[in-house]
Design a protein around this ligand. Structure first.
Ligand SMILES: Cc1ncc(COP(=O)(O)O)c(C=O)c1O
Length: 385
């Protein structure tokens, strides 16, 4: 029994950010489909690019569950990343994990580097790379944990210990873990960023992004980016994401249980190949995963060493794991990173970090796990793997 005043995640995700219903009796706040507001209204709204009741509600809920003082919502995960990167000046430097989402890589490489920002990529699972922070004093350290798609687990607390007394801000893309499983701000990060499109919404029917922080400097910068760069979401998408968020806790439990069972199945069937899942004992950073994640989340990556053609055939044979970009929805999806999510990364760079043609990623949904395993097993049989 918890007698503390602070409500738990499950309660906050349902009850926090439930405003703008006054006097109507509505249990759920409506969608404020308006581009503009009457001047001098009681709530301070003026134009939806710089604020809307549906943004405010979602921001309040997410700030609670991410243990943040400020949460700012954006049109997509990439918009949230753009908002953070846009704060950099000419001459700024980013020290980034070498395995990051392909579009983050592309945004840094093809857009922000044009404006005089530089980047160095390192393997943050290697302790020497953590020391690199004090050697180069970057403006930002950029990590994901687990990473997309290799599921490397990065020790957030160790990196935060290295950045905490410096001018360097630690940004953690928390998309693969979700707010329910991991809390980067509690581990010392300056910013926790999420693509809300994935586990937060959870139903593959809306796009969104958020930047969470306890730092007023970053909170102000993000509010500025939302309106000045035109990165705001739509009120309807915020409303959908808020609805999805109410069931995040139970979804994440089911995603994680299903993914764990499937990872074990794949590992048993292919004991000599690579199956990555943070909560498998064979995972190279299993101990770190146990330390900072509540459970393993719903993504599995595997490299069965069967080459491009067979890997793509395998994904095409699957009945329930539809081949599609994205992840984190209630339905299972499969993905071939080299030709899909990470195609923007040059082949040599991609392969040097382990994104081979044989690598595939499963976003395990909340279907019945036996049905998913039968689906995988018959697809593997069909391609003779
Ligand atoms: C780790 C990670 N961060 C950010 C994004 C971008 O999110 P969005 O598609 O909402 O722009 C993605 C998308 O797959 C992702 O995997």
């Amino acid at each position: 029994m918890n007698n503390k005043k602070e409500p738990h995640f499950e309660t906050d995700s349902i009850h926090a950010g439930n405003e703008f219903r006054e006097g109507t009796g509505a249990i759920i706040p409506p969608i404020y489909a308006t581009s503009t507001f009457e001047s001098d209204n009681d709530y301070g709204f003026d134009y939806t690019r710089s604020g809307n009741p549906n943004f405010t509600n979602l921001e309040k809920t997410i700030a609670k569950i991410e243990k943040a003082d400020y949460a700012t919502v954006f049109a997509s995960g990439v918009s949230a990343i753009t908002a953070v990167l846009s704060t950099l000046d000419k001459g700024s430097m980013i020290l980034a994990e070498e395995n990051i989402y392909g579009c983050t890589y592309r945004l840094i490489d093809q857009v922000f580097c044009k404006f005089g920002v530089s980047v160095e990529y390192v393997d943050f699972t290697n302790e020497k790379s953590i020391k690199r922070i004090s050697e180069v004093s970057p403006d930002l350290v950029w990590i994901e944990s687990p990473t997309n798609p290799l599921l490397k687990v990065i020790d957030i607390e160790s990196i935060a210990n290295e950045t905490k007394d410096s001018e360097t801000a630690l940004v953690v893309d928390n998309t693969f873990s979700s707010s329910y499983i991991q809390c980067p701000l509690e581990l010392g990060a300056d910013i926790s960023l999420l693509s809300l499109t994935k586990y937060t919404n959870g139903h593959s029917d809306a796009l969104g992004g958020v930047v969470c922080t306890r730092d007023t400097y970053w909170g102000d910068k993000m509010m500025f980016s939302q309106k000045a760069l035109g990165l705001q979401p739509s009120p309807f998408d915020c409303w959908l994401i808020q609805r999805g968020l109410k069931t995040q806790s139970i979804r994440m439990e089911k995603h994680s249980n299903n993914a764990y069972e499937i990872a074990k199945y794949l590992e048993e069937r292919f004991p000599n190949e690579k199956v990555f899942y943070p909560f498998l004992e064979s995972h190279p950073q299993y101990e770190i995963a146990l330390k900072q994640m509540k459970m393993g989340s719903g993504i599995i990556t595997a490299d069965l060493g069967i080459g491009l053609e067979k890997t793509v055939s395998l994904l095409n044979e699957l009945q329930y794991f539809t081949k599609a970009e994205s992840l984190g929805g209630i339905e299972s999806l499969s993905c071939h990173p080299a030709s899909m999510t990470h195609a923007a990364i040059p082949r040599n760079v991609r392969e040097s970090v382990g994104i081979t043609d044989s690598l595939f990623r499963l976003s395990v949904g909340i279907e019945n796990v036996d049905d998913l395993i039968i689906d995988l097993s018959s697809a593997l049989d069909k391609i003779g793997a």
